[in-house]
Design a binder for this molecule. Structure first.
Ligand code: A2P
Length: 316
């Protein structure tokens, strides 16, 4: 498996996503994935399943299936724990749930701050603006996490080029990675180019289009990525599945990718995508299907009289 080098640490380019994996399913999925050969698991406190992931990890260690050092574990700071003093307690809770002593990568989940009391936020008073709660303050807490050995690397998620630039200019430890929505319908060329030239890796979430998102996060009549005609044709030609073709496209671009599955057959299929070869002409075919369309558009952070808008969230 190809790895990407983050701060001198090797991260397998393909990992397992756990967003939307229900408690009850994620335990089996993680155990099965590790058995198949996955060595990179993407987690987050807000997914509500870190305890189960932790149980699966512990059993894999105890059973001698894998060692901690062989795994790459990422998790993310939730929005209600922004602020220098909140980061370490939030990370300690995640470590305790995952039954780990350290993470490989800890990310700021969103450039969106909520008051500590509100894990969920749906009204203006639940939020803090980035003027009230600057990212730079939160980042100081993230840097302390590295200094304390609680995580090897730190990064962000859902950050625009503008926010990355501000952060890079105001940090001692630079973000090593930005995890963003990225797939053939939302290829993010500009962001990928900026990150490449600034030594920031990109990780693709919702790489298969996340069609298992809750209905409230779906637009009416949205195009279904896995049904794309051109990618289906290409997949047939190269004798791969559509999901494998998309995962291979990410890997070919040097982008880390974390497809979610709780199905043993699809876990294996997705893992084997690392061996799927694409020609430059295949890459071009996929390039042509771009619709510049987000599935996870951040609209849920936009509430009446609240501090966040689609414009100030994505800086577009
Ligand atoms: P399941 O968990 O039942 O396998 P994303 O990674 O973009 O969030 O997409 C996850 C969705 O894609 C889930 O509904 C998942 O279902 C499905 N999925 C994962 N792998 C495959 C695959 N190889 N083929 C088809 N659907 C897949």
């Amino acid at each position: 498996m190809q790895t990407l080098k983050l701060n001198g640490h090797h991260m397998p380019i393909l990992g397992l996503g756990t967003w939307k994996s229900a408690p009850g399913e994620v335990y089996t999925a993680v155990k099965e994935a590790i058995k198949i050969g996955y060595r990179h698991i993407d987690c987050a406190a807000i997914y509500g399943n870190e305890k189960e992931v932790g149980k699966a990890l512990k059993e894999c260690f105890d059973e001698g299936v894998v060692t901690r050092e062989e795994l790459w574990i990422t998790s993310k700071l939730w929005n209600n724990m922004h602020g220098e003093k909140n980061v370490i307690p939030a990370l300690e809770k995640t470590l305790s749930d995952l039954q780990l002593d350290f993470l490989d990568l800890y990310l700021i989940h969103w450039p969106v701050a909520q008051k500590k009391l509100f894990v969920g936020a749906s009204k203006a008073p639940h939020f803090l603006s980035l003027e009230e709660q600057p990212i730079a303050g939160t980042w100081k807490g993230m840097e302390q996490a590295v200094e304390l050995g609680l995580t090897k690397c730190i990064g962000v998620s859902n950050f625009s080029i503008k926010k990355l630039k501000d952060l890079v200019a105001n940090s001692s430890i630079k973000p090593v990675l930005n995890q963003v929505e990225l797939h053939p319908y939302f290829q993010q060329d500009e962001l990928v180019d900026y990150c490449r030239s600034n030594n920031i890796h990109v990780m693709a979430y919702s790489p298969l289009g996340s069609s298992d998102r809750p209905e409230g996060l779906k637009a009416k009549d949205e195009p279904v990525l896995l049904e794309d005609k051109a990618i289906n044709e290409l997949a047939k030609n190269i004798k791969a599945t559509v999901a494998q073709t998309i995962i291979a496209w990410d890997i070919h671009r040097g982008i880390s990718v974390i497809p979610k599955s709780v199905n043993p057959g699809r876990l294996k299929q997705n893992f084997e995508a690392a061996d799927v070869q694409l020609s430059e002409s295949d890459m071009e075919t996929i390039k042509q299907v771009n619709k510049n369309r987000r599935y996870v558009d951040g609209q849920f952070w936009v509430v009446p009289d609240g501090p966040y808008t689609i414009e100030n969230l994505w800086d577009e």
